[in-house]
Design a binder for this molecule. Structure first.
Ligand SMILES: C[S@@+](CC[C@H](N)C(=O)[O-])C[C@H]1O[C@@H](n2cnc3c(N)ncnc32)[C@H](O)[C@@H]1O
Length: 207
């Protein structure tokens, strides 16, 4: 049974849904909405969202009728996401699990995998050492989490499975293109220009 009484400091609206965002949880932003606007999960599909934050993308997939597993390394994010799932009446469709990348799902496979990862290059001297940093800190080259994510992606997608993930123009897009081509994915990208970078949404199909 999920607890519906969590208190948040911010409120975010997307379409007809409302989400609370606890302190130390990522507030949905342009990257979140770029995925949300293009997400096409359908009823009965098995969906995995890594790094669910306040749960917005997992909840949108669940509202479309998908059965969702949502993970995060930040326990407060999971608490916030559970409260939002409850508020949006889809808590029975989402299984929340704490842990790093694919660790919480073992060898399970999915029709759709979603990830808005930490993708910004951060030098050690720039670190703030606070939980919210987990949302954007991609290590020196911005690829620390993306590389691990990509290496686990092929084995966790079913044949003809789809992946939706974003990254920044600051974190070596060519490396992601090479990985997807070498591993037999069909893909296209959509981009959005922000103040000091472009963010790219990768829409991938496993052949
Ligand atoms: C940019 S935020 C995205 C949150 C939410 N999905 C959204 O789009 O608004 C990245 C999230 O990934 C989580 N995260 C960071 N590293 C992770 C990892 N190795 N495994 C799982 N989650 C991770 C962070 O705690 C954070 O909640």
């Amino acid at each position: 049974m999920n607890n519906c009484t969590g208190q948040g400091t911010k409120i975010v609206f997307y379409q007809d849904s409302k989400f609370i965002v606890y302190p130390s949880v990522y507030e949905p932003a342009e990257d979140t909405f770029l995925i949300a606007d293009n997400l096409d999960a359908t009823a009965g599909e098995r969906v995995l969202e890594l790094g669910t934050g306040c749960g917005i993308l997992a909840i949108l997939a669940a509202k479309a009728g998908a059965n969702v597993v949502a993970t995060d390394v930040n326990p407060v994010a999971l608490e916030c996401a559970r409260a939002n799932a409850c508020q949006n009446a889809v808590d029975d469709r989402i299984d929340f699990r704490l842990g790093d990348l694919f660790d919480p799902v073992g060898n399970e496979r999915f029709d759709v995998i979603i990830f808005n990862p930490p993708y910004l290059p951060v030098e050690p001297r720039e670190k703030l050492n606070e939980p919210l940093e987990l949302a954007w800190d991609g290590g020196r080259d911005g690829r620390r989490v993306i590389n691990h994510f990509l290496s686990g992606l092929p084995t966790h997608l079913r044949p003809r499975g789809r992946a939706f993930f974003v990254q920044s123009s600051l974190s070596n897009l060519a490396k992601t293109f090479q990985f997807l081509e070498a591993n037999g994915f069909e893909f296209k990208t959509l981009k959005k220009r922000l103040f000091f970078e472009e963010i790219f949404l990768f829409l991938c199909l496993k052949r």
